[in-house]
Design a protein around this ligand. Structure first.
Ligand code: MN
Length: 509
């Protein structure tokens, strides 16, 4: 259903169909609360503001999120944009929901300045400031609806929001195993970041779909027949078209030649058990000839983001090929909704797997983000006691780091409690040595006062300054700044000795 047409009833119906135990009264209460708080406010498009939290919550339902997450989705802009306070939310909906809302406010304050080489730091900052995974899930739904309504936003701002989604949000969704939302964020952003490429990919995708679709449907029908005849049980067999942005990236890798893309449409076979995955693969291979070297067993060797499925590519007709994917219903759910779906599996196994995903994100602090992608299953098996309950999951490994900006928008990562002196030395030794004062967010800021994440820091340099003040050692936090200050002090003493004592008398050291 196109998001633009969603009503509260649609949301509730979808929720009832999904989870009979959903707390409908609670969701209705949250909607009424948000509606009252946003009363009279309009979006840029001219629609009543409540349409935005409503669609955000609807996306959360689509992502199979739990009740507190959906409530937080409805309330996510209340504390930020209305006179209602977090305390009032807490009073009405409890501490848990209020905490998620607070996290959303914090993450919303991260400013993206489009400095490519610092995208990695921005991703870290995002994760650091979202102390609860559920905050990120709401933020994805919020962002998706904003992308869907970019038309009413001035072009330059729309481009920035779209680029930020492509560079920061989508990769985080991918790492969290949220394939469905990753694809939707990418496709919605793609259109605004690279409009020409978007149109090109859309056209060739649609054209080859027109050619392929009738044949693919025949293969799907035949596969159902064969599986039934062989006594292999299955839940569903359906076709899935490749998302546009991921098709675009693949086309770039293959000389822009669509005939080299084998998974433009994949046929998904959803089965009850892992054994059925392999049995169904056998049935398909006995009917259609597989391409050599195209069988991928992501069940025994899951991808680092947790993705599990069995893939094969077969010839189905006069040299035409199609990819089959076999997976259990649970694997399917997790491939689509990733960490958001893990909450549904509120048993030890589900908890363990969620902990695992979060652990992977945390590990990325040590290993580079991309390197992490080659981590294999064996490395993931240990952290079973990582955290006891899902609700306690915190991404607080970054809690001792802050991320601040230079006036040009470069991101500098520092330990918590760092001061403008640490910042100055992180930029350049000379800037540190000649630091006279600091402005933080355009206001003069004492040199010994700690910085906060998101601060924009400008060092005021005094060219005539001889060197650092040894007193800075009392509050400099980084080893780098301290060693530079000490080093300068040593040089000064050496220079003083040199000046005071004629050189022939000096001992060689
Ligand atoms: Mn919002």
């Amino acid at each position: 259903m196109p998001a633009a047409e969603v009503t509260l009833d649609d949301l509730l119906n979808e929720l009832r169909a999904q989870r009979p135990d959903a707390d409908i009264a609670l969701i209705e209460r949250a909607y009424a609360f948000a509606d009252a708080a946003h009363k009279g406010q309009l979006r840029m498009s001219g629609e009543p503001y409540i349409t935005h939290p409503l669609h955000t919550a609807y996306h959360l339902v689509e992502m199979h999120a739990t009740d507190p997450i959906i409530v937080a989705g409805l309330l996510h802009d209340v504390a930020e944009d209305t006179p209602v306070t977090l305390d009032q939310i807490k009073e009405e909906f409890g501490e848990d929901v209020a905490n998620i809302c607070n996290g959303i406010c914090k993450v919303g304050k991260i400013k993206y300045r489009g400095v490519q080489r610092y995208v990695e730091n921005l991703r870290k900052m995002f994760l650091a400031m979202a102390s609860d995974v559920r905050v990120i899930i709401v933020k994805f739904a919020d962002r998706l609806h904003n992308l869907e309504t970019l038309e009413s936003i001035p072009q330059k701002k729309a481009y920035r929001i779209a680029l930020e989604s492509l560079e920061i949000y989508a990769p985080i969704a991918n790492r969290l195993g949220m394939g469905e939302i990753k694809g939707r964020l990418e496709d919605a952003a793609f259109k605004y970041v690279m409009p020409k490429e978007f149109e090109w990919v859309k056209q060739i995708s649609e054209q080859s779909m027109r050619n392929q679709a009738p044949h693919i449907q025949k293969v799907i029908d035949k596969a159902r027949e064969e599986l039934t005849a062989s006594g292999v049980s299955f839940v569903d067999v359906h076709g899935r078209r490749k998302q546009l942005y991921s098709l675009y990236l693949k086309l770039l890798k293959h000389d822009r030649d669509i005939s080299k893309i084998y998974d433009l449409t994949a046929i998904r076979v959803i089965v009850p058990s892992i054994a059925d995955c392999y049995a169904a693969l056998g049935v398909v291979h006995s009917k259609w000839t597989p391409l050599k070297g195209r069988i991928k067993d992501y069940i025994s060797q899951p991808k680092p983001n947790g993705y599990q499925s069995l893939h094969t590519t077969v010839f189905y007709d006069r040299g035409a090929i199609v990819e089959f994917q076999f997976r259990t219903a649970e694997m399917h759910e997790k491939a689509e909704f990733g960490i958001a779906a893990h909450w549904k599996y509120d048993d030890d196994k589900g908890k363990k797997e969620t902990a695992l995903r979060v652990k992977q994100i945390l590990d990325a602090k040590e290993l580079e983000w991309m390197e992490q992608l080659v981590t294999t299953q064996s490395a993931i098996k240990q952290p079973k006691e990582f955290l006891k309950t899902l609700e306690e999951l915190k991404l607080d490994v970054f809690k001792d780091r802050i991320f601040v900006y230079t006036p040009k928008g470069d991101v500098i990562e520092l330990p918590e409690e760092s001061t403008p002196i640490d910042f100055a030395y992180a930029i350049h030794t000379d800037i540190g040595n000649k630091c006279a004062a600091a402005k933080v967010n355009d206001t003069i800021h004492p040199l010994d006062m700690p910085l906060k994440s998101g601060d924009i820091v400008e060092v005021v340099v005094d060219k005539n300054r001889k060197g650092p003040n040894p007193d800075w050692l009392k509050f400099a936090k980084t080893r780098h700044a301290k060693s530079k200050i000490r080093q300068f002090a040593r040089i000064t003493i050496a220079d003083w000795i040199k000046a005071a004592i004629p050189s022939p008398l000096r001992k060689k050291t």
